[in-house]
Design a protein around this ligand. Structure first.
Ligand code: ZN
Length: 263
């Protein structure tokens, strides 16, 4: 099942996308959900053509928990060792934007980079999930993320709150897929049509069950919370006027234009 969040003429709703994933999106419809999509879904009975709605970020989480250096080749390209335990950091919920929204380059940074990532969306509250089975049962679904990073500030600040936390630095979307198998998916970033990152989730140093168990030993995960699983090698700069697309097998594409701070 593909769950989207969308703006329509009378507000903002969650919905279930209907239509063959291979077919053109113009043939798809969205069945509006009454309230949120967690637990038993109730429908309003309203149905929209995809062309008549605008997809927004598929979820507004209480927190975005991220993992650094979860692909060995990416750790190496930035001159870092592979960590012995997952390396966690947070992005604020205010950094989230949706498909098509602009990534705004902050005036404080001279080097902003893309990071293509598979995002996990949590569906049920969970703390101290020690078994891999419980950890995976807490997953609601998967979406695509771009962990936009001010690389110069990440280095100069010594910790990552500012570098990772600017408004617009967490594009998410286009929708959440609740049935995908995340074990071996291709993850790419393309800037103006040129492929820059091209990895597979089978290259994770810590897999999703391990990450969820680790995070939930620190903080309770709530329905809607988002876990970013790290980025493959090939990170690089984005500049005003460019378009960056992150794609994950089976999840579609997340494209965002890049604009300067004064636009
Ligand atoms: Zn990242």
């Amino acid at each position: 099942m593909r769950i989207a969040r969308f703006a329509h003429q009378s507000g903002m709703s969650f919905g279930v996308i209907e239509g063959e994933s291979g077919a053109g999106q113009e043939a798809w419809t969205v069945a509006e959900i009454d309230g949120h999509p967690f637990g038993q879904i109730a429908f309003t009975g309203q149905r929209w053509a995809m062309g008549d709605v605008r997809l927004v970020a598929p979820i507004l989480p209480s927190k975005v928990v991220c993992v650094g250096r979860n692909y060995a080749a990416h750790a190496a390209e930035l001159g870092n060792e592979v960590p012995k335990e997952p390396l966690l950091f947070l992005k604020p919920s205010t950094s989230i934007i949706g498909p098509g929204d602009a990534i705004r380059l902050p005036v404080q940074s001279k080097r902003v980079e893309h990071e293509a990532e598979l995002a996990v969306v949590i569906g049920v509250p969970g703390a101290r999930m020690t078994s891999r089975e419980d950890a995976m049962k807490s997953v609601f679904g998967y979406t695509v993320a771009n962990d936009v990073t001010a690389r110069d500030l990440q280095r100069s600040d010594g910790q990552w709150t500012r570098a990772k936390g600017f408004d617009s630095f967490c594009p998410l979307g286009p929708w959440i897929d609740t049935t995908l198998d995340p074990a071996d998916l291709r993850v790419t970033a393309t800037v103006d049509g040129e492929v820059k990152q091209d990895g597979r989730t089978s290259q994770f140093i810590f897999d999703i069950a391990t990450l969820i168990a680790y995070v939930s030993s620190v903080m309770t995960l709530l329905p809607g919370d988002v876990l970013l699983t790290g980025t493959p090698a090939g990170v690089g700069p984005i500049e005003a006027g460019q378009k960056v697309t992150v794609a994950v097998d089976g999840l579609g594409e997340l494209t965002n234009p890049v604009v300067s701070h004064d636009q």
